[in-house]
Structure formats: C-alpha cells, structure tokens
Design a binder for this molecule. Structure first.
Ligand SMILES: Cc1cc2nc3c(=O)[nH]c(=O)nc-3n(C[C@H](O)[C@H](O)[C@H](O)COP(=O)(O)OP(=O)(O)OC[C@H]3O[C@@H](n4cnc5c(N)ncnc54)[C@H](O)[C@@H]3O)c2cc1C
Length: 500
C-alpha cells in the first residue's frame, strides 16, 4: 500500500504537518520512536507529578497568533491556557526585572530598572516593535526560505512589499550593531538582560544574532506569552487528537532506522523491521540525524552537506525536574510561572550561570497534587563533555548543586521544600528524543548573515521534507510548528489533486 505521506516524529513540527495534511484529506502515517508524543515539548510522569521535558513558555496563541490560527484552521479547540501579564522575573546579580507583556507597563519597568539609560532603551525597543511588526507580514506568508526552486523564488518575490524592502539594511546587521547605534553596549546589566533573553529564544547573544531574528524574539513576549494548563504537551496532544479525528494514524515506539528511495517511491523502515511505502516523507527528526537515516546514495542530492552540518554548532540542555511545596516563594512571586536566574555578569550565560525555572501554577492538577508544584529548570550546555563516561555522574551532581545553590540564594528555604528531584542531560535528550548527541534548540546563529544560511524545509530531493527547529524559521515551538505548516502547504500544492 502506498501511503500519501509519512511523518517521522511527533514534535511540534511533525504533528503540525501531520494534522494539517490529515485534515486536508491525505492518508498520513506518523511514526514516533518514543512512548510519548512531543519530543522536546513532551512530558513525563513520576511520583505523582507531571514534568515538562523541555519547553514550557507558550507563545503564538494570541488573536492572530500563528498557533491560534493553526487551531482555527484545524477546527480544533485550544487547550485551557492563561495569557500572562507578568510573564517572567529575571534575577540579575543586582536587580530583578519583571517582564510585563503590556508595553506601557514594560516601559515603566525599564525606566525604573535601567534608569540611567531609559531614553536609549525606549528608543531601542520602539525600533524592535516597529521592525518586528513589518517582519510579521513576511512570516505570515509561510514562504519556503531560503528559496531554491523557481516557484519558491517567485512566491518569495510576490510577498515582498515596500515596507519589507525597507528592512534590507537590517539584513547586514547584528543585534549588537543596533545596540551600539543606541549607545547601549556599555550598559552591562541591560546587555546581560538582552543576551539572556536572546539565548533562551534564538540560542545566541547579541554579537552573533542577526538583527531581524533577534528583533522578532525580543518582541514576542509583547504579543503574548501563555501558561498552558498541563504544559506545552497539552498543545501537542490536542494537535494529535485533531490528527486522529481526521483519520491520521499514529504509532508510538516506532523508531525509523532507514529511509530509501526507489523511483518515485520512498521506503521507510523501522527498528522492528516494518517497511512502509510513501510518496512524501516528512522528517521531523533534526537535521543532525539526517545523514544516519537517509541511504548514502541520496546524500549528494541534498541541499545540506554533511561536513557543513557537522561544523554548525548547537547547544545541549541540562535540566532539573523538581516536585516541591511552593512556600519558599511569596504568593505574588509564585503566581509568575517563569523565572530566569543569572548569577554572574562576568561568566557566559550557560552551564548553570543562566537558567530558566518554570513552575506549574496553583490549581493545575494535571501537573502536581494539590499544594505542590512541578518545576522544570533548564540551562544551556555544551554537549561534548556529557559523552565522557567517567565524568558524567560528577558533572551531573556539580550542575545540580550549582543550580540549587543559586535558587537557595534567592529563596532560602527552596531545597528544604523539595519532594522529588531528577536531572536530565544531553544523554537523556538523545535517549528520549533521538536528537544526535543530545543537541537541542536548533542551530546557533553564527553571525549577522546566518539568517540567510538557514536550512530550507525543502531537502532538494523530490518528496523529502524537513520540519522542526533545525530548519527555517527555526528555534522554539512556534518556529518548529510553522516549519511543519510550510511543509504541509508545499505538499498540498504538489499533490496531484492539488488542494483537496
Ligand atoms: C530544555 C528546553 C527548553 C525549551 N523551552 C522552550 C520554551 O519554553 N518555549 C518554546 O517555544 N520552545 C522551547 N524549547 C524549544 C522547543 O521545545 C523545540 O524547539 C521544539 O519543541 C522542537 O520541535 P521539533 O519539531 O524540532 O521536534 P522535536 O522536539 O525534536 O521532536 C522530534 C520527534 O521526532 C522523534 N524522532 C526522532 N527521530 C526519530 C526516528 N528515527 N523515528 C521515529 N521518531 C523519531 C523524536 O522522538 C521526537 O519525538 C525548549 C527546548 C528545550 C530542549
């Protein structure tokens, strides 16, 4: 039997493609290696708690937001969630910044916390908001980028307008270049704050971050950040429900081990030896995995080259999953779900010096028993050291202690309120999400032009597509889902019956 499309992986990208294609009437099979859906946005249950495996902050659910539109397109109800006014507390070594969603409140906070530079900071954010509003028009077009075929170039040109063309000068600048135009680069607390935000969203700091990418990231909380009941896994499950309701088939614990092509037909083989045949393969495993899955004869036809991919950097994550009683925080503070800790201005914003602490909210019984909270903590880490067997347990202990000490410094009774504590490392991520070496979060932008060097969802080989955070538009649940939508659009356009 020839299946219309096979999706490999049920992360944000894969499940988005699968749900949209099934809704459009395609016969779709999704193969997922793990026993849980969602990859980096999945969940697991231990000792009476549910823990978010990685992703926690919801974005794109506001009116007109991409994920809100996706649910509308699917005719599916959005899971319960709360739009946050106070999104996050950022604890810098000498001050706490509350990230307000509403612009007026945000400007007041900025004026108070960065008072010596408040006018420059205002002007910088005004530019961020203005530019990202224009960019949003481009993002909404769901173009394949970078283009490689005549029709992709044509679509891209068609979506250009005068306002977008006016952004051309930003293409050759980093966020750091723009900040230096505003005279802000010497303001250490402000730069650390900006770098912390950029690292969490686009995986790099102002120096290496293309300005357009950085501006989109820095404006996103002001469009809307959300606390989703039961975590982002609830979104994945709602998309999977829509997919199944449209007739899509989903098989968990089905790891794909090889993808080959004979003529027009792709064969996808699982670890159990099952073979499935299809005309379209959508690979939601990251680009880091592509060369080990795809038959060697096809490597040369790919737009992506193996050596270049290996040279591109990506982070790993060290995570702590903690079940605790929340009285270590004041009630007002514990009603803010997200807390970013930065311990030192003088160390890199990774390896435990910077981490995101996400806590389930009071009454969210999907996450924790009454009176308790589920906490996921994550810090960026270099993957390499985690593959040295002899050092593994020691580093794990060292990072656990370092992070818990930092929290204890802010909330002195924290460690005494812990019920359950587990650590996750790049080795854990490799095991549960299949991501090669445990690399997560997409590629690290390497400079002002790296935006133009993104990998396209179109593999260059007829019938093979990529989606997820390693292809355009990249990082995060929102970017991954959008790439899945772009792929579904492209397949629908190519389907013999056209848009069904
Ligand atoms: C610690 C951490 C915190 C994060 N925080 C946030 C956040 O707060 N907000 C946010 O928006 N984003 C966040 N992100 C980023 C976000 O989680 C990811 O970018 C996004 O979920 C990636 O989706 P994806 O489509 O690339 O798929 P992935 O999450 O990589 O999932 C791919 C799926 O494919 C499956 N798979 C892989 N290979 C095979 C195979 N051979 N056969 C079958 N199945 C296979 C995997 O098991 C997995 O389920 C965070 C990421 C991490 C790691």
């Amino acid at each position: 039997m020839l299946i219309d499309a096979i999706v490999i992986g049920s992360g944000f990208g894969g499940i988005t493609s699968a749900a949209l294609l099934a809704k459009a009437g395609y016969d779709v099979l999704t193969l997922e290696a793990a026993s849980e859906l969602g990859g980096c946005a999945s969940k697991f249950d231990r000792a009476g708690y549910r823990f978010s495996a990685g992703a926690t902050v919801g974005m794109g659910f506001e009116e007109g937001g991409m994920l809100k539109k996706l649910f509308e397109e699917l005719g599916a109800p959005l899971p319960p969630m709360k739009k946050l006014d106070e999104i996050m507390n950022v604890y810098l070594p000498d001050r706490t910044i509350t990230y307000f969603s509403e612009k007026e409140k945000w400007y007041k906070e900025v004026a108070y916390k960065f008072d010596s530079d408040q006018d420059r900071v205002f002007s910088f954010f005004e530019e961020v908001f203005k530019v990202s509003k224009i960019l949003q028009i481009f993002v909404e077009k769901r173009n394949i980028f970078p283009p490689s075929t005549v029709s992709e170039y044509f679509q891209l040109l068609k979506s250009m307008n005068v306002k977008l063309l006016g952004l051309a000068p930003y293409l050759t600048q980093s966020v750091q270049d723009r900040l230096s135009k505003y005279g802000l680069t010497e303001n250490k607390p402000f730069m650390t704050f900006i770098n912390g935000q950029l690292l969490d969203s686009v995986q790099t700091t102002a120096t290496f971050c293309p300005s357009l990418l950085g501006y989109m990231a820095l404006s996103i909380f002001h469009k809307g950040a959300f606390y989703v009941a039961g975590g982002l896994a609830s979104i994945i499950h709602a998309l999977a429900e829509s997919y199944r309701a449209s007739g899509g088939e989903l098989r968990l614990r089905h790891k794909v081990v090889s993808i080959a092509k004979q003529g027009e037909v792709w064969t996808v083989m699982t670890k159990r030896g099952q073979v499935f045949r299809t005309k379209q393969v959508i690979m939601n495993a990251p680009i880091h995995n592509v060369f080990s899955l795809l038959e060697p004869e096809l490597h040369q036809n790919l737009v992506i080259k193996e050596q270049k991919e290996r040279e591109k950097d990506a982070w790993g994550a060290f995570t702590l999953y903690i079940g605790a009683e929340p009285s270590f925080m004041m009630k007002e503070t514990s009603s803010i779900p997200f807390h970013q800790f930065i311990s030192s201005y003088d160390s890199p914003l990774s390896e435990g010096n910077q981490f995101l602490f996400s806590m389930s909210q009071e009454g969210d019984t999907k996450f924790a028993p009454p009176g308790k909270r589920s906490i996921t903590i994550s810090t960026h880490t270099n993957v390499e050291k985690w593959w040295e067997r002899e050092r593994y347990e020691n580093i794990k202990e060292e990072y656990t202690e370092k992070i818990i000490d930092s929290i204890d410094k802010k909330f002195s009774s924290f460690s005494s309120k812990i019920d359950v504590k587990m650590a996750g490392t790049p080795v854990t991520f490799k095991r549960y999400t299949q991501r090669a070496y445990g690399k997560v979060g997409g590629f690290i932008p390497s400079g002002k032009y790296s935006f133009l060097k993104s990998y396209s969802p179109n593999s260059g080989v007829e019938g093979l597509w990529f989606c997820g955070d390693t292809v355009f538009p990249g990082a995060g649940s929102l970017g991954s889902s959008l790439s899945g939508w772009i792929v579904a659009d492209a397949i629908k356009g190519k389907h013999p019956e056209g848009d069904m």
